[in-house]
Design a protein around this ligand. Structure first.
Ligand code: SF4
Ligand code: SF4
Length: 469
């Protein structure tokens, strides 16, 4: 037996240690002796076959929770098996539909949107294409027989194309109902055209939640996410959210520019006062992505805190700049304070640790552009050279080679024995593509994981106030 490469630890102020295994998600609060025992086993100073009863019991507990494994090779094989299972999983079909690439905002960090000339052309899904998309989804349901189907509407701004949105939602609701498949509909919108009527129309069709982006307080948001004429959008979005309060779950996302971080506390305080605060189920922030290429014999005490199971979170992107998707929360470590601040204001937020592998590594997760083109994930939407298929079979053939290229993406192969591989899988492929010009390379936010781990350990251990990092 040897210690798992996926063990991580955080010393706690009371002398105990928070131990976590990122593969099994086991989380224990142990005495320092247990850590000494683990280190002794790692260094070969103690064998696991000749221990006193108390150390034996500790070792058995550690092995049961995956902190001790038979060998490095066996552990790596288990990891690959898990990633294979994740890739091939058919229990959930996930489809993000871009009903239009047009947008009524002109955000400075986004190449989509209402910049001069950007909304020209037919980048809007027709009802005929929506019918083909629905037919293709139905074929996937017949083929995969999923238990659930997650349908996410995104853009551009999806509410600029309500006819296609309603047509798809209605037909796929009927398809899911006929097959006993659970349907979860999400809408990622800038919020400008959000109305109670839209929500009321979608709730009976499986609406799971609405995600809206706010980039800081009024001043910061209006600067980052204006209309083309420069008019602010913050007040109208808040008003629209107030009008749908209590009708459905609301998620607030934010794209963080380094110079706007100090705006977030004011935003959180303001959100807390809003009539829709009770409907907010998640608040999360992401950075903007830019295009730039002896003791072993002592009796160990293991107060097992056997805790929660983790899992990937869930949506979507401006090809360069905006929020690529909900799958990652690779905030930089200096954004960690925002997570704490968010919690302090009473809003749930991702812990920054339980993330991957993300949707791009899931074979049966698709992003569909307005013309029916398939992409590997929302972050590649609109990049026709990187399309992986099409809802029309005869047009899909041309993309088969690219599809194979995406199916082989394993950026974690270049991560060595990083302890965060199970929850990171090498980071965001879109970020690697845009920032490094190499989608096979990892995009590493290890410092952010380290930082999130400390937060999780202190939160789990109930450490508060001045002791908190
Ligand atoms: S590659 Fe990046 S944008 Fe695409 S699903 Fe993964 S985390 Fe999201
Ligand atoms: S990208 Fe960095 S944090 Fe993620 S698995 Fe690779 S080395 Fe670890």
């Amino acid at each position: 037996m040897r210690p798992s490469i996926f063990n991580v630890r955080v010393p706690l102020p009371d002398g105990e240690v928070f131990l976590m295994n990122t593969f099994t998600d086991a989380q224990l609060r142990v005495s320092a002796d247990v850590v000494v025992l683990l280190d002794a086993i790692a260094e070969g100073r103690v064998g696991t076959d000749a221990l006193d009863p108390e150390s034996r019991a500790a070792v058995d507990t550690l092995a049961e929770h995956g902190f001790l494994v038979p060998s490095r090779e066996a552990e790596r094989a288990d990891l690959e098996r898990r990633f294979d299972q994740f890739r091939d999983d058919t229990s959930q079909l996930r489809v993000t539909v871009l009903t239009t690439l047009q947008c009524n905002f002109a955000c400075g960090y986004c190449v989509q949107g209402d910049h001069a000339g950007a909304n020209a052309g037919g980048r809007r899904m027709s009802l005929e294409t929506a019918a083909r998309v629905a037919g293709w989804v139905e074929e996937q349901m017949v083929r995969l027989r999923p238990r659930s189907f997650v349908l996410t509407f995104f853009g551009g701004e999806p509410l600029l194309n309500l006819p296609a949105t309603y047509a798809l939602a209605e037909r796929l609701w009927a398809a899911c109902t006929a097959r006993g498949v659970r349907l979860l509909v999400n809408v990622i919108t800038n919020g400008l055209l959000l109305t109670p009527e839209v929500v009321d129309r979608l709730v009976p069709l499986g609406l799971n939640g609405i995600k809206v982006t706010l980039d800081g307080d009024r001043e910061a948001h209006d600067r980052a996410r204006p209309l083309r004429g420069g008019q602010g959008t913050f007040d109208r979005i808040l008003n629209n959210l107030s009008r749908i309060a209590g009708r459905c779950a609301i998620t607030i996302g934010g794209n963080v520019e380094a110079d706007a971080i100090d705006r977030y506390p004011a935003l959180l305080a303001l959100l807390r006062e809003q009539p829709f605060a009770g409907s907010v189920t998640k608040v999360s922030f992401k950075p903007v992505i830019r295009n730039t290429p002896g003791a072993a014999r002592q009796a160990p005490v293991i107060p097992l805190a056997g805790l929660r199971a983790g899992g990937p979170a869930t949506t979507a992107a401006a090809p360069a700049g905006g929020s690529p998707c909900d799958a990652c929360h690779f905030v930089d470590d200096h954004l960690d304070d925002l997570r704490e601040e968010t919690r302090r204001h009473g809003f749930p937020t991702p812990d920054g640790l339980h993330q991957g592998p993300c949707e791009i590594h899931r074979q049966h997760a698709y992003t569909i552009g307005p013309d029916g083109t398939l992409y590997a994930c929302p972050g590649f939407a609109g990049e026709s050279a990187l399309a992986v298929g099409h809802v029309e079979a005869d047009r899909a053939v041309a993309h088969e080679a690219t599809a194979r290229r995406f199916a082989r993406l394993t950026p974690w192969d270049r991560c060595g024995d990083c302890e965060f591989i199970p929850v990171c899988a090498g980071g965001c492929v879109v970020a690697s593509h845009h920032e490094r010009g190499d989608m096979t390379a990892p995009t590493c936010h290890k410092r952010a994981f380290d930082s999130a781990l400390v937060s999780l350990a202190y939160e789990t251990a109930g450490v508060q106030g001045d002791s908190h990092p």
